[in-house]
Design a protein around this ligand. Sequence first.
Ligand SMILES: C[S@@+](CC[C@H](N)C(=O)[O-])C[C@H]1O[C@@H](n2cnc3c(N)ncnc32)[C@H](O)[C@@H]1O
Length: 269
Amino acid sequence: MAPVSNLDQPVIEDVSSIDPALAPFTCLVAAEAARRDNNRQDHIGTVLSQFEKTYFGPEVGHVRRVFNKKLMAHMKIGGRLLDFGCGGVWWKTDYWPEFSHVTACEVDNAALLEIAKEFSDVRLWWTENGIIETSERFDVVLSSSVVGYILPEQARHHLSCAYQLLGDGGQLVMTRVLAYDLAAFVRSRRLVDIPGPSFAYHYTRKELVTMLGDVGFKNVRYIPLGVRLPGLNWRWTQRLYAFAPGIMSNILPYILPFFKIQHMLIAEK
Ligand SMILES: C[S@@+](CC[C@H](N)C(=O)[O-])C[C@H]1O[C@@H](n2cnc3c(N)ncnc32)[C@H](O)[C@@H]1O
């Protein structure tokens, strides 16, 4: 993808669904978009490698790289991709260049502006309620780290929308969904407040599989992404993913299922 040299006014299409039943989500989505935008202002211009020197959470570093590799191993590449809740520019060069056409959709307009500066041939879509109205169909819809930050009722709409947007035989890749792990279970906290303020929601594998089936998906496959060992901080967890990626991501999720940190599910229309 070629860098953009002179794009002051990128074209961002409003694809918001006009269904009045979705109105309650507009406030939630707007609050989340504003929080993401504030976050981005703090990191804008931050080179990822610099950020990774001071921040060790699972969104970045070796953990993220291992999870991205697993994602790439399962995505049907080559066709038309909708990156639904794409976020900003980080990580996009890992998978966008593998597709013939990429559409980036966000509720956070600032993320799309950031993308427009670096990717000239990506179509930009914005939705105020998180749901998209279009007659277009895609080969792959990617929902990466979106469902862990929306409530179950919203997640159901998000997945139902993804289903509508796929052509027959199209693939949904839902990845980096927060797992309902031992820490969340012991603290009885599925819904966790995070600074911003915002929240994260921990889903069980069963809930996600059921939701996918309910909205029409078939051939649902579950792939755990990896574990976090109890008592180990994120800095050390990152080191373990650097030195033993296969053990952390492929073996331990089956031996220590309650220490899983994130889920991936692949499904077909
Ligand atoms: C944690 S970020 C993940 C960004 C990117 N997909 C990634 O994997 O790095 C979650 C993104 O989902 C977007 N988002 C939040 N609610 C959404 C919704 N209801 N529908 C679509 N995207 C949403 C947010 O604006 C944010 O950019």
